[in-house]
Design a protein around this ligand. Structure first.
Ligand SMILES: NC(=O)c1ccc[n+]([C@@H]2O[C@H](COP(=O)([O-])OP(=O)(O)OC[C@H]3O[C@@H](n4cnc5c(N)ncnc54)[C@H](O)[C@@H]3O)[C@@H](O)[C@H]2O)c1
Length: 270
């Protein structure tokens, strides 16, 4: 695929949260497309395992520890990546997730949802998961007038799903910030887009989608009933969207876009 617009040879890609299910699959996709990949996260064991997987498939990958909530930690990780792989061309922001305390259970009252739980969800998904890494890696991309940033939002940032109110609001803010930065940085050669996944079983939502015996939970069944594709997504199904938005040849004129990968969930009406 050397002449393909989808190849990423000589590109350095950072995947913050590449230790997780979706970020890990995105990191593997970038590695398979030829990028030199740096996985950043808090779990050395998982990060190193994923990097090893990429190398086993013929790619190049390293792991560096980074806490998305700390600017200092992100700057340190950026400097380490530059030393080990070179200047960063592609940034994927895939660290994020919900907090059970910020979720309304049946019978709960929105008016009593604790503000510290809201704060944690906004801190992780908006500030640490998006704003800080955009600032830290954007700084060096701006020096080189080149780069592609992909934020991971959520389909629930477009349609506010029941119960996950703080998470949905934080992801809506990620989509909005993506569009702001697309406008802000377009003249500086940096494209900023986001991917909004629908439902992909991952560690953090498995308990919500499945019962302990592996059968679908009532919520899981409700979601599948509403998904035109009739199933959940698989993490590897984010590969195409990731490579498309990462590649400055495939998506050279695409910025500020929110690419929804949800099996049609957000298009379906009953
Ligand atoms: N799984 C889904 O169905 C789904 C749907 C829509 C959006 N998303 C979003 O996709 C992204 C990835 O989620 P996932 O489902 O793979 O979950 P995951 O829990 O498997 O991955 C999230 C990763 O982020 C890391 N992380 C959390 N806090 C961090 C911090 N402070 N610093 C560094 N790393 C940190 C976690 O350790 C984990 O490795 C998240 O932003 C999530 O909100 C997931």
């Amino acid at each position: 695929m050397s002449n393909s617009v989808f190849q990423l040879n000589n590109q350095v890609a950072v995947v913050l949260g590449g230790t997780g299910s979706l970020g890990g699959a995105m990191a593997e996709a970038l590695g398979a497309a030829g990028a030199r990949v740096a996985i950043l996260g808090r779990s050395a064991e998982r990060g190193m395992h994923r990097a090893e997987e990429i190398r086993r498939n013929g790619g190049e990958a390293v792991y560096h520890t980074a806490d998305a909530l700390s600017r200092e930690s992100l700057v340190h990780a950026r400097d380490s990546v530059e030393k080990s792989l070179g200047p960063v061309d592609i940034l994927i922001n895939a660290a994020g997730g919900n907090q059970p305390e910020a979720t309304l259970q049946p019978g709960d009252d929105f008016c009593n949802l604790p503000i510290d739980a809201w704060q944690k969800v906004f801190d992780l998904n908006l500030i640490g998961g998006t704003v800080l890494p955009c600032q830290v890696f954007g700084e060096t991309m701006l020096l080189r007038n080149s780069g592609s940033v992909i934020n991971v939002a959520s389909m629930s940032g477009i349609i506010p799903l029941s119960r996950v109110v703080a998470y949905s609001a934080a992801k809506a803010a990620v989509i909005n910030l993506t569009k702001f930065l697309a406008r802000e940085w377009a003249s500086r050669g940096i494209r900023v887009n986001c991917i909004s996944p629908g439902f992909f079983p991952a560690e953090q939502n498995r308990g919500l989608l499945y019962n302990a015996d592996g059968s679908l939970s009532p919520r899981g069944q409700q979601i599948i009933d509403h998904t035109p594709s009739g199933r959940f997504g698989h993490a590897h199904e984010l590969a195409g969207a990731t490579i498309f938005l990462a590649s400055s040849m495939a998506s050279s004129f695409v910025s500020g876009h929110n690419l929804v990968v949800d099996g049609g969930f957000s298009s379906a009406t009953i």
